[in-house]
Write a protein that binds this ligand. Structure first.
Ligand SMILES: C[S@@+](CC[C@H](N)C(=O)[O-])C[C@H]1O[C@@H](n2cnc3c(N)ncnc32)[C@H](O)[C@@H]1O
Length: 226
């Protein structure tokens, strides 16, 4: 097989095209629920979930809840495949945070009673929210964090400071939409710039570049706690 060198310029062109070419805020749904992730990013996440089998996933920024339900469904598949009960000794949980309660509840769905999800509706930087998250995380071995709320650099830096502490050894801290400053004109500094700054003083996190092979919009931003 011919190995082609990575073409970052082409990937960025694709990201820009993707961002501007469709109304992804309304058109991309997981079943009936709007999801703001690019489907290519979901494939990278699926690989990470299988590798790490997180017992807690903290999702910061939920919007309509498409990713929340996708994560719950992916965990449910892992639970079903865990025939010898080696992967999970507790029921895994998603703790999903948003400061606006836009969570979309499709009609006729068994949705709000989903026992894998806890919804926290407040500012992610509120001390009470961070303490609630801590109470979920105490004593748990495998914890993953996905930061996908306000994408301005200063906010992402504050969330990195508040939430990176919960990620456990060998697990992932995912900073979403790291290409915002490249793709969106006049966006200014965003998740990528925050993550670059965070990595300088947090050498216990390493970038896992192998997750970038799907050309997703979450790019150069899968951090592993080492
Ligand atoms: C990019 S969307 C989340 C998309 C979702 N993770 C998905 O993949 O479908 C960002 C969300 O973060 C929320 N948000 C923004 N600032 C926040 C903050 N300080 N605390 C909590 N949520 C916040 C917004 O209300 C919005 O719903």
């Amino acid at each position: 097989m011919k190995v082609i060198e990575r073409n970052i310029a082409l990937e960025q062109e694709f990201h820009t095209y993707y961002y501007h070419s469709l109304d992804w805020r309304n058109e991309i749904k997981y079943f009936d629920i709007p999801i703001l992730q690019n489907p290519l990013d979901l494939w990278a996440l699926q690989n990470i979930l299988f590798k790490t089998k997180p017992e807690i996933i903290i999702e910061v920024g939920r919007a309509w809840g498409g990713l929340t339900i996708w994560l719950a469904d992916a965990l449910r598949v892992l639970i079903q495949k865990d025939l010898n009960l080696k992967w999970f000794t507790v029921v895994p949980q998603i703790v999903s945070i948003d400061n606006k309660s836009n969570t979309y509840v499709p009609k006729d769905w068994v949705f709000t009673s989903d026992n894998l999800i806890t919804y926290l509706d407040d500012n992610s930087l509120n001390d009470d929210i961070i303490e609630s998250v801590r109470s979920f995380c105490t004593g748990v071995e495998r914890i993953m964090v996905i930061l996908d709320s306000n994408h301005k650099k200063e906010h992402v830096l504050q969330e990195l400071a508040a939430y990176s502490q919960f990620v456990t050894f060998g697990n992932y801290l995912v900073v979403c939409d790291t290409n915002a400053s490249t793709v969106i004109e006049d966006f200014g500094a965003g998740p990528k710039e925050a993550m670059d700054e965070f990595l300088v003083s947090n050498q216990n996190f390493k970038l896992d570049l192998s997750r970038d092979k799907f050309c997703g919009l979450t790019f150069n931003s899968y951090l592993v706690k080492t």
